[in-house]
Design a protein around this ligand. Structure first.
Ligand SMILES: C[S@@+](CC[C@H](N)C(=O)[O-])C[C@H]1O[C@@H](n2cnc3c(N)ncnc32)[C@H](O)[C@@H]1O
Length: 263
C-alpha cells in the first residue's frame, strides 16, 4: 500500500478495521496526555486519541491536504475541540521540543525518505519516557495482498521508489536498529496477522486496488490493450479472494511496534 491518490478518503478505515483493534488495545492514552499522530490521514486514530487524552491535546500531521480536509471535517462534526491538524512532513517538521507524551501512527511512517532522520526528529518531539506506537507492514513477501497484486501486474509492477516503499520498516531487526539509534528503548514487535478488506464486491475492490499509487503507476507504463488485460488479471485475482460473507479479503502481516523515548 502506497500513499493514496484516487482512493476514497475513508478507504483505510474499512481496509484496516481488523488491524485497528490491535492498535486500539495498545494505546493506553491517559487523560491529559499530549499526543502526536504521524501520517494521520483522515484522522480516525487522531479522534480516538483525542477522546482518550482530553483535556490533553492531539496533533495530527500529514503531507496530504486532501486527507487533512476530511480529517478536519469529521473532527468538527464530532465536536472535538482538542484536535489540531497540521500539514507537515513529519520527517523534517520543527515540532516543539519534548512536547508529546505519546506518538502514534497507523501505517503512516513507512514513507520517509530517510527513516533514521525522521525517527530522530520524532524522538526529539517526545518527552523522556514518552511512548511510541506504530503499525507498519511486515516485508512484502509476508503480505499476500502485495504478492497477489504484483503477480497480477506482472512485468509492469514497479520497484519501490525511495520514500514510497510501504515495506520499508518490514524488517524488524533493521527497524529496531533505526529506532534505537533515534533514541528509543524498550522496542517490541507484536506480529499482527489480520486480513485486509478491499470491499464487499469485486468491482469495489478492483476500483480500490486501481487507486493504489503503485497500481496506477504500473498501468500507466502499459499500452491500452496490455493495461486492459492486466486489469482483468487483477479482477480475476480479487474474485478468487471474494466470498459473500466476508467480501474481498486478502491475508496480511504487520508489526505493532512499541517503544519508549530514552530518558
Ligand atoms: C497509508 S496512509 C495511512 C493514513 C492514516 N494513518 C490511516 O490509518 O488512515 C499513510 C499516510 O501517511 C501520510 N504520509 C506519508 N509520508 C508522510 C510524511 N513524511 N509526513 C507526514 N505524513 C506522511 C500520507 O499522506 C498518508 O495519509
Amino acid at each position: 500500500m502506497s500513499p493514496p491518490n484516487s482512493l476514497s478518503p475513508d478507504f483505510y478505515d474499512a481496509e484496516l478495521r481488523a488491524h485497528h483493534e490491535h492498535l486500539r488495545a495498545a494505546y493506553r492514552i491517559r487523560p491529559g496526555d499530549e499526543v502526536l499522530d504521524i501520517g494521520c490521514g483522515t484522522g480516525l486514530t487522531t479522534r480516538e486519541a483525542a477522546r482518550a487524552a482530553a483535556p490533553g491535546r492531539v496533533v495530527g500531521v500529514d503531507v496530504s491536504e486532501r486527507m487533512l480536509e476530511r480529517a478536519r471535517q469529521v473532527a468538527a462534526l464530532e465536536r472535538l475541540d482538542n484536535v489540531r491538524y497540521v500539514r507537515a512532513d513529519a520527517e523534517v517538521h520543527r515540532f516543539s521540543p519534548a512536547g508529546f507524551d505519546v506518538a502514534i501512527s497507523r501505517f503512516g511512517t513507512m514513507f520517509f525518505s530517510n527513516s533514521a532522520a525522521a525517527f530522530g526528529n520524532i524522538a526529539a518531539a517526545m518527552r523522556p519516557d514518552a511512548r511510541l506506537l506504530l503499525l507498519v507492514w511486515q516485508r512484502h513477501n509476508d503480505n499476500e495482498w502485495a504478492r497477489a497484486i504484483d503477480a497480477a501486474l506482472g512485468d509492469a509492477a514497479q520497484p519501490p521508489k525511495p520514500g514510497a516503499d510501504a515495506f520499508s520498516l518490514g524488517d524488524a531487526e533493521a527497524t529496531a536498529g533505526i529506532l534505537e539509534d533515534a533514541g528509543f528503548d524498550d522496542i517490541r514487535f507484536e506480529d499482527v496477522h489480520e486480513p485486509v478488506f478491499y470491499g464487499h464486491d469485486v468491482d469495489t475492490a478492483l476500483a480500490a486496488v486501481r487507486g493504489f499509487h503503485d497500481t496506477t503507476a504500473a498501468l500507466a507504463t502499459l499500452r491500452e490493450d496490455e493495461a486492459a488485460r492486466t486489469v482483468e488479471r487483477l479482477r480475476t485475482m480479487l474474485a478468487a479472494h471474494h466470498s459473500d460473507d466476508r467480501g474481498v479479503v486478502l491475508d496480511s502481516r504487520s508489526w505493532l511496534v512499541t517503544a519508549r523515548r530514552r530518558c
